[in-house]
Design a protein around this ligand. Structure first.
Ligand code: HEC
Length: 297
């Protein structure tokens, strides 16, 4: 902690004022006075290096025979069209499949508990300021301080981003690497165990094992959630209802305990939304193929 530098205008540790630029009042920066500090450098060096590293991370390709077959048969390509027709791309914008925006909870409708976590900050925010990028460490008394523009982010410079107010919200998740990140939604509630569904050739499906539905049938028993079946639970409202039902029957998942249910994100691709079972399956295959360079591995 002693290596961190308080943002200008944000007080001194531990009495820090959060701002839109820094929720906890701190900018991370190494103390470049230490000759053996491998992260030693100019102000923001460590934050920039960490961002560059994170930008370089790519999800591994989905090398399963199912994905190879779905690519070969044209199902993935057809699924891309369904993705477009179903308006998924309005929020999950390619190539990163996110709009990098926080959407209000009223719009997304998923379990609201965690969406509200930052609302208390709204009363505490101060004007966001930044040292100029050529500032060196230790910061001198006459270092240049810049005002951080917040137009388009929030109503004014000391209110939380508009997607968060007034009731909280969730950021659009990237869809890259979905094959590796089941179960789905921030609470992991869209979860189905492998073998719980029987999928027919024409894309229709049937639940054959009710005990595999929800977190109750998966992570609660330390069993993995199956990516394809869990995505089907996200996209098909009749299956989702059963999955949410299974979650709600589990006292450990109740609002008094962990508050995980898999509700919301009601952007369905099912018969009621005008899609046939084959289109639903094609969309799932498309979603499972998304990585840094789909179809190339
Ligand atoms: C209005 C914006 C919006 C639209 C339209 C939308 N999504 Fe989302 N999506 C989100 C947000 C926000 C989340 C995160 C919600 C959460 O975790 O509570 C999300 C989460 C997801 C997830 C879970 C990702 C994970 O890792 O847990 C998947 C999969 C997904 N969306 C697919 C789709 C598909 C397919 C469509 C179209 C049928 C679609 N979305 C339409 C905003 C949107």
């Amino acid at each position: 902690m002693e290596d961190q530098v308080p943002a200008p205008n944000a007080g001194d540790y531990p009495n820090l004022n959060p701002s839109l630029a820094t929720f906890n009042g701190l900018f991370f920066s190494p103390n470049s006075e230490k000759s053996n500090d491998i992260a030693s450098g100019k102000f923001f060096f460590a934050a920039n290096a960490m961002s560059a590293f994170q930008n370089s991370l790519v999800p591994p390709a989905n090398r399963t025979p199912e994905n190879k077959q779905a690519l070969k048969s044209g199902s993935v390509e057809r699924g891309a069209k369904v993705f477009e027709t179903a308006n998924c791309a309005t929020c999950h914008i390619p190539p990163f499949f996110t709009d990098n925006k926080t959407h209000p909870i009223n719009e997304i409708g998923t379990n609201s508990a965690r969406a509200q976590s930052r609302l208390g900050l709204n009363k505490l925010l101060v004007e966001p300021k930044l040292y100029s990028f050529d500032t060196t460490i230790p910061v001198s008394a006459n270092a240049e301080v810049l005002d951080l523009p917040t137009k388009g982010i929030s109503e004014n410079s000391t209110t939380l981003p508009s997607g968060i107010l007034p009731n909280g919200g969730y950021k659009t998740t990237t869809l890259r690497g979905l094959y590796f990140s089941a179960p789905y939604l921030h609470d992991g509630g869209a979860a189905v165990r492998e073998g719980s569904l029987k999928v027919f050739r024409d894309g229709r499906f049937q639940v054959v094992d009710l005990s595999g539905l929800g977190l109750t049938g998966t992570l609660s028993q330390a069993l993995p959630a199956d990516p394809a079946s869990s995505l089907r639970a996200l996209l098909d409202r009749s299956l989702r209802e059963k999955v949410v039902g299974a979650n709600k029957l589990n006292p450990a998942l109740s609002p008094e305990h962990s508050n995980l249910d898999g509700t919301g994100h009601e952007f369905y691709v099912d018969s009621q939304a005008g899609f046939n079972p084959q289109q639903q399956t094609d969309l799932i295959n498309f979603l499972l193929a998304l990585d840094d360079d789909p179809a190339n591995f």
